[in-house]
Design a protein around this ligand. Sequence first.
Ligand SMILES: [Zn+2]
Length: 362
Amino acid sequence: MNNLRFIINNADETARTGILQVNDQRVRTPILVQTGDELARLAPLKLEQIGVKITKVNGLKWWLKYGEELSKVGDLHQLYHWNGLLLVDLQTDYAYQLAKPRGKKNNGVRFHDPETGQLKFWQPETALKVQKILGADVFQSFDRAGDYYDPVDDLAAGVAQTQAWLEINKKVAGMTFANVVGGGLKKLRQESVKAVMADAFAGYEISGIPSTLSNQEFNRIINEMVSMLPNEQLRYLPTATTLTQMLFAVLAGVDLIDSDLAAKKAAKGVALVGKGLESLHLDRQHFRFDKRPLEQGCGCPVCQTGYSRALIHNLIIDGRFYGEQLLLQHNLFTLNRLINNLQQAIAAQQIKSFVQELLYNH
Ligand SMILES: [Zn+2]
């Protein structure tokens, strides 16, 4: 049986650091959950080397691809030789986007797979099974996803449905992040939180907060949400945040935060450098003969090896995946270093000034 423990060890205003222990793995929080398909892009040893501890894979995609044969694929830790923690995303938002109104059932969501045109029925029981097969270390509960600004009735229906589906994860409640939904509406969010509190889940998953919100609205909802949650339990934000949103989330006291920033930037030929994590666009002409590393003094394997901006520029211009891989390594290292610095700032009771300086630089 799986085992999950979470202990908070430092707090500075609303921000906090903690230790999350899942089975024999211990990670320090706040931490980034890498959602940029990293396992398919870099060798696991490299990921560990640059400080990646948790990755998330697209469970719906695996299920659509393999269907009944998914059990033959089995645990992704073994398939990828990945020793870190693994989350399996349910991608309910994607399924609901594809569903017609009559496809939104009280036992799942029916939609046409755009790849094959086939009609698929994504259901909470199936989603839990898929997570178990693929070896998820912590489970996610199924939610009825909607738009943040949906009409109140739709959001309320989403809250009721998501609450009802929590039942399916009850047997594994101690290993499940329970979904809290309700768009931007305080009353609905409160109701959603209440439903979870009645049970002993591993933590709260703050769902339905898109990264497309304005920084102001994002900051408002995330602080409002966190203020409703019991202090001692884990908080997980499954939004692939921007850098500013990630800082807001850490300040508010979120423990786990999704991030595809490193991969997204690398795919665009961008290296994140400097204290404020500025973007260096390596595809630009002036890097053609630039012999410097991506960042002077950077401890990542790419900069340490001495790969130059000129080389990476060259690889990117020629469309070589290796160039993107080098950027991904540097970016992941840089983001993990930032997270370490944030943890230290919280421990030193200086998180607010630390973040303010970062936001100002950015
Ligand atoms: Zn570097």
